[in-house]
Design a protein around this ligand. Structure first.
Ligand code: GDP
Ligand code: IMO
Ligand code: MG
Length: 432
């Protein structure tokens, strides 16, 4: 059996968590392969509503194994709290959750530098989640990171920190004019985290390989969205994840080969949202924008930071681009129900940039910021879709809208969701 990767096709928060939760019913192992606790994945089930930041969405099925792969950066107190919160709500975690010994650790200076760096950028701030994720990836690439294997060995940790803390203090004091950090306090705090996380730590690459060799279904849960990717996204307003959250990053972030990935499923919202700064050609500042944010169950506020999400029409230029860079085999369309009250729905099919009409995303941030959307108008359906479970029971205008998005993407839509609950989904094609 090969692995299935689930990626976000827009700027994040497409509903990856709820789609992975749905597909996990048929999987044996569910894993996160990139990013950190900048991600916030919402899952609603019989136990209530959960917002997962690090633990994979498969955790709610007691027979599934869950893996945090080597490509993820982990903030130990955040992971320990997430585990404690799950256990408090009767979700079994021990013996089922595995953390890679190669994962990098978010250290106190990463959170500080995230905040200080944003201040330094001033007007040009990225609008990060402030979780220290970017600085942790920068140190990973700069060969100045701390890994899980280091915090579970207190002697190795002390020796590493004896170099890193004075080095980071020089940066904090001289560049940012900030107070220095205390080496001994950090060594003691992080070796304590190491001891508490030790029961979860494992060679997760071997674990996933074994599952694949045994013919088990493995689901790889992406974070963020393709347009936030460091290489292909709206740079510099992107996230710093290495490996990328694109489908191609899943192999590296998991410790498997690309030939072991068989299916790539892209998740798209029926319109667009973005949190943080950076260009978003279809953003609306009017009543329709407010309706998209506030309408329907689960209004559009960030799952990690609570910030209001910027909302606008579906951007088909960006969607087609993200379908290609991920090599999608199929797609899921979420939050269709939010469009229910609209008389007319618009889809951006091209950009006007400096007087020219283009159908691809420009690399230049200035050109992207200047891009004006060219819209196609489609009729709305003005009917409640929340209770629909079969495609042919959707209003014809809603069916046409789904088919239009399918054409734009150039891949079949296998699933449409019409509400945040697990069962509020319409299956069009078999995925697993
Ligand atoms: P993720 O980061 O991609 O997992 O997405 P988030 O969980 O951050 O944001 C998606 C939001 O949409 C959550 O509040 C979900 O509960 C909600 N949601 C998912 N699918 C649907 C849907 O079909 N309809 C509605 N109304 N809400 C949905
Ligand atoms: P999920 O997995 C939406 C955005 C931030 C900011 C930029 C960089 O829930 O879809 P960072 O803290 O990563 O350095 O911030 O990326 N961002 C997300 N936006 N959903 C996410 O994750 C995001 N993770 C990061 O808002 O614009
Ligand atoms: Mg989210």
């Amino acid at each position: 059996m090969s692995a299935i990767v689930v990626v976000g096709g827009q700027w994040g928060d497409e509903g990856k968590g709820r789609i992975v939760d749905l597909l996990a019913q048929k999987a044996k192992l569910v894993a996160r392969y990139s990013a950190g606790n900048n991600a916030g994945h919402t899952i609603i089930n019989e136990l209530g509503e959960f917002k997962l930041h690090l633990v994979p969405a498969g955790i709610f099925y007691p027979d599934k194994l869950c893996v945090i792969g080597n490509g993820v950066v982990v903030d130990p107190p955040v992971l320990l709290k997430e585990i404690a919160d799950l256990e408090e709500r009767d979700v079994s975690v021990r013996g089922r959750l595995f953390l890679s010994d190669r994962s990098h650790v978010i250290m106190p200076w990463h959170r500080l530098i995230d905040e200080l760096d944003e201040k330094l950028r001033g007007e040009g701030a990225i609008g990060t989640t402030g979780r220290g994720v970017g600085p942790a990836f920068i140190d990973k690439v700069g060969r100045a990171g701390v890994r899980v294997a280091d915090i579970v060995d207190s002697e190795a940790l002390l020796s590493l920190l004896s170099f890193l803390v004075p080095y980071k203090n020089a940066v904090l004091e001289r560049l940012y004019g900030s107070d220095p950090l205390d080496l001994d306090a950090i060594a003691s705090e992080y070796s304590d985290y190491g001891a508490r996380l030790a029961p979860f730590v494992s060679d997760t690459s071997a674990l996933v390989q074994q599952a694949l060799e045994a013919g088990d279904t493995v689901l790889l849960e992406g974070a963020q969205g393709s347009l936030l990717d460091l290489d292909s996204g709206t740079y510099e307003y992107v996230t710093s994840s290495v490996p990328s959250s694109l489908a191609a990053g899943a192999a590296i972030g998991m410790g498997i080969g690309p030939t072991q990935i068989g299916t790539v499923l892209g998740v798209y919202k029926a319109y667009n949202t973005r949190v943080g700064n950076g260009p978003m050609p279809t953003e609306l500042h009017d009543d329709t924008g407010r309706l998209l944010r506030e309408g329907g169950p689960r209004p559009e506020y960030g799952s990690t930071t609570g910030r209001p999400r910027r909302c606008g029409w579906f951007d088909a230029v960006a969607a087609r681009y993200s379908a290609r860079i991920n090599g999608l085999s199929s797609a899921a369309l979420t939050r269709l129900d939010v469009l229910d009250p609209l008389p007319v729905i618009r889809v951006c099919t091209a950009y006007r940039v400096y007087g020219e009409t283009i159908a691809t995303m420009p690399a230049s941030s200035a050109a992207m910021a200047a891009a004006e959307p060219v819209y196609k108008e489609l009729p709305g359906w003005r009917q409640d879709t929340a209770g629909v479970r079969h495609f042919e029971d959707l209003p014809v205008e809603a069916q046409s809208y789904v088919r239009f998005i399918e054409d734009v993407l150039g891949v079949p839509i296998c699933l449409v969701s019409v509400g945040p609950e697990r069962e509020q989904a319409i299956r069009l094609e078999r995925i697993i």
